[in-house]
Design a protein around this ligand. Sequence first.
Ligand SMILES: [Zn+2]
Length: 255
Amino acid sequence: MPPDLTRRSILMSGLLFGGALAGVDVVFQTAAARADNAWGSYANGYIPTSALAEIPWSDNGVQLLRSDALVALEDMNAEFVGSFGYNIPINSAYRDYQGQVEARAYWCAQGNCGNAATPGTSNHGWALAVDIGTPSHQTIAFGSTAYLWLKAQASRYGWVHPSWAEPGGAHPEAWHWEYNETYTPAPVAELFESDEMIRISAPNRGIAIIGAGYFRQLQDNEEVSAAESIVSKTLEGNDRQFDLWKSIAISGSSS
Ligand SMILES: [Zn+2]
């Protein structure tokens, strides 16, 4: 096997999960304070998509977040699916500057400018916020089962409902949730103890075979049963874990 896979997996974890900034105050933030969420030397709403990660289950167009926020959201989603039977519906995530201008114009036209931040100040522009909807992408309401579930569970994943969005807050929005950079994912297990091949699976990823420097997505039942004869070790996980295992397997080939 390639050397240093264990160390590589640790480095990989650091790449994916590190980079957390200092703790973020989640009370209502002024435009100036929101600039503290800046990262990567980017300006709000001007983050290149190559620096962001795509929410894999979105059925509402491409929705992007910073990768550590996405890891937390994916782990929360795994628990959400267990309770609701569907993925967390994402109405909106990263919003570029022009998108913030449009959102502001949309709400101002309805006489409610406060429902969208001043362009250039939204946490959507830092790729650290999501608007959560119903399965048909209506906004969720205070008192809805999804909102109540999030209020009870989301903070364990570092996703919080800012006080300004609470009932009685400056701009009540049941649907708006922000990542506060406090979530620590479970450590990644050491994958490769030898030259063994491992069968991995996840709900939205199907089944694949990985080894050091090797990844093969299985296409049909015939391939799955053929693989069973040569692979004894099996890992089942959520989509985020599947992607991580794949990354670690493939990255081994370049060392
Ligand atoms: Zn929002």
